[in-house]
Design a protein around this ligand. Structure first.
Ligand SMILES: Cc1cc2nc3c(=O)[nH]c(=O)nc-3n(C[C@H](O)[C@H](O)[C@H](O)COP(=O)(O)OP(=O)(O)OC[C@H]3O[C@@H](n4cnc5c(N)ncnc54)[C@H](O)[C@@H]3O)c2cc1C
Length: 394
């Protein structure tokens, strides 16, 4: 917006108000990992980063200048990165930085990009304006696997829950099942109960949330029968337990593993998922999480332009809009900024190209047909099947 000569009031609550995770008052502080992922365009994250660079993203351009020595990916010196970005923003005459917590949404046009740790007052305001059913304070995302990597000689798809119909066929019915016999279930249970977990942060007061959405490792503590009854009901047939996978995208390319949200470390999740019959070679597109994450139910609230469906001139971007990850936040920030500029200048809204990852993210988070919506990362599963991932190795 500033590059188009539009004056911007940029509100940031730090340092007076704390988010719980940020340590400095700088912009673009990477709160955890120092990586913006890959640059290889044959990997979804790398494809997105290249796309952002081609579109002139100053964040990705600066990230390239702050790469750790000797690495090909976007592993950054994160202190240098956030200092440089803070300098660039502070040097823009069109941007007025206001260090204050926003508690209301009174001036439009406006972009809300307050992230996974949006302050309490603003969270309450958004929930009050758009309905508490359209606002989440925690994320209990289940792991997602690529459909093409499932072994359908062991898994099966059936709308009628009948193990007797188990065959190697794969129809588009929205659910896939992986039956486990007693030995397979015991092995799975042993891996689950000995798996290491991620330490929760002090601001992640999860007790109440875990009560209503217990992660799989907490159910396992209650014993094998409780785990089977709550997460792996065999429904019918001879299986001891049945893993249920549900369609996660518009094109049957991605399936999430029902009830497998967890705080297990990613390596442990991989071992656990690969121990399931039919998923031994599953490509894991996203890992399960249970963490503090403020986000709106964007499929009910946003259009593809990231503008509110009911309040013209109000845009959402970043993690609060329903994406997950640094580059995804940059992509939706870029799109919301472009469209806020179009709104102000009375131009038609900007829509990214059909085969672009930014466009796919915007379409995914604004698609009203989701049965279960969880924040999404860049992945090939959200791009329409007519667009093939580029092959850069041939
Ligand atoms: C603990 C933790 C670890 C994470 N680790 C990773 C990781 O390793 N890799 C990854 O890709 N992603 C990670 N994420 C997700 C990551 O936060 C997002 O990918 C990305 O930072 C989101 O960008 P954003 O601009 O939407 O939000 P943020 O980067 O959080 O920026 C939002 C800004 O808004 C400010 N703010 C909030 N409320 C108000 C208010 N009311 N008024 C004014 N200012 C306000 C905040 O202080 C903050 O500066 C992590 C998230 C958390 C919480």
């Amino acid at each position: 917006m500033a590059n188009e000569g539009i004056g911007v009031d940029l509100y940031e609550m730090r340092p007076a108000a704390k988010s719980g995770a940020h340590k400095t008052e700088n912009f673009a502080e990477l709160v955890c990992s120092n990586s913006l992922g890959n640059l290889d365009p044959s990997i979804a994250q790398g494809f997105l980063n290249n796309e952002l660079l081609e579109n002139g993203s100053f964040l990705i351009k600066t990230a390239l200048e702050c790469r750790a020595p000797g690495v090909d990916s976007l592993v950054l010196d994160k202190e240098l990165f956030s200092k440089k970005i803070t300098g660039l923003i502070s040097g823009k005459s069109e941007i007025k930085i206001i260090r204050r917590e926003v508690q209301d949404i009174d001036a439009l046009p406006c972009i809300i990009a307050t992230g996974p740790l949006t302050s309490k007052a603003l969270s309450q305001k958004i929930a009050a304006d758009f309905g508490s059913e359209n606002f989440s304070f925690f994320d209990a995302a289940e792991p997602v696997v690529a459909a093409e990597s499932i072994d359908f000689t062991k898994a099966f798809q059936s709308p009628r829950f009948s193990l007797r119909t188990a065959t190697s066929c794969r129809e588009d019915t929205g659910c896939i099942y992986c039956p486990m016999n007693s030995q397979e279930f015991d092995d799975f249970y042993n891996i689950l109960t000995s798996a290491p977990r991620v330490e929760l942060k002090p601001f992640e007061d999860t007790a109440a949330f875990f009560k209503s959405h217990p992660p799989i490792e907490l159910l396992a503590v209650l014993g094998k029968d409780a785990l089977i009854a709550r997460t792996l009901p065999p429904l019918e047939g001879n299986a001891r337990a049945l893993v249920h996978l549900r369609q996660d995208d518009m094109h049957s390319g991605m399936y999430h593993i029902s009830g497998f949200h967890s705080s297990l470390k990613w390596g442990a999740q991989q071992k656990l998922i690969h121990s399931i019959p039919g998923l031994a070679k599953a490509e894991i597109l996203a890992y399960g999480v249970t963490h503090k994450n403020t986000f709106i139910k964007s499929p009910a609230l946003l259009s593809e332009t990231l503008e509110s469906r009911t309040r013209p001139g109000l845009f959402f971007a970043g993690q609060i809009a329903g994406t997950e990850g640094y580059s995804e936040a940059i992509a939706t920030g870029f799109l919301a900024g472009k469209n806020a500029a179009c709104f102000i200048k009375g131009r038609p809204f900007y829509k990214p190209a059909a085969g672009s990852m930014a466009g796919a993210l915007a379409r995914y988070i604004s698609f009203s047909g989701h049965r279960f919506f969880q924040p999404v990362k860049a992945s090939w599963g959200i791009i329409p099947p007519t667009v093939s991932p580029p092959c850069c190795r041939c």
